[in-house]
Ligand binder design. Sequence first.
Ligand SMILES: Cc1ncc(COP(=O)(O)O)c(C=O)c1O
Length: 355
Amino acid sequence: MSLLARARPELVAFAPYGSARRSGFDAPIHLDANECPWDDDGLNRYPAPQPAVLRERLAALYGVEPSQLWLGRGSDEAIDLLLRAFCRAGQDNVVALAPSFGMYRIGAQLQGAEFRPLALSPDDGFALDPQRLLAQVDDATKLVIVCSPNNPTGTPYRADLLAALARDLAGRALLVVDEAYVEFADEASASALLATHDNVAVLRTLSKAHALAGARVGALLARAEIVDLIGRIAAPYPLPTPSVEAALAALAPAALARTQARIATLVAERARVAAALADSPRVETIWPSAANFLLVRFADVRAAFEGLLAAGILVRDVSAQPGLANCLRITLGTPAQNDALLAALAEPATTETTP
Ligand SMILES: Cc1ncc(COP(=O)(O)O)c(C=O)c1O
């Protein structure tokens, strides 16, 4: 059974909005889309719904066919559309890790789907036990979302574990592997599973390693029939023309070489900052990270957060998330920014008040 049979039945044959750029016709003079005819900045025309050149370049970068890749407004949009495509409100559910990226829960709740978090434990390094995860899955489970490396823990999940999960979920649920941070990890992308499993989807983004968070460009990699379904329910023109241009520039050979060099710098900084923090009396635990951030437990998280803020450094307080009491998530910056972070944390925990 194709996994498409698990999508919302009323959407499987859904006819998309017939936008002007989807008509299949082209001509030198466009009087078909109620656009302004004067071209001042190259922005008077609607963009292609799925710009072919960008799709081909990203497909080549990620090792899939262009037909297996859907481009959207960040991976956030792909998460939202997967939830909408598969989950019937009030009936279906989504299983995801906890702690993990917050948009899975938000998206599920917006769609009226039940969100089933699988609690991970800081004590075993946020290990993922497939049997515990599968115990959460029932006939109404449509998506199982595994973020790897996970945000905010930095934990990578091995390709063989993900392959086993995909096998166990075959015909039942779509295994969505969110790889927003995979460029910083040693693990290979789960996109290799697409060739052998029709129930795997992978999320990639240009927001992190490729320095394009402001352009909002992300990709869903999946079997062509799932990509086609997402394309049919998406808004007509997901990607603004300037974002497409910025993405193409980021994929030029020189830009890709610069990105690789920056990834290497951030990975080296990750080890340096972790080692320095491990020596700090204010730090209790640093978990191994395969991402561009560190999850750190402090003896006094308030003092650490406020001390950093007073030094002009904003980090993410994740201490309200399950299992993350007293934890901050610290994104790795430039070496100079990381030096500033370490210097600020070397200050005494409490500020002296003069009488
Ligand atoms: C795990 C994860 N997935 C997806 C996203 C969203 O990425 P995008 O900018 O591509 O929408 C983030 C952003 O922080 C993230 O941490």
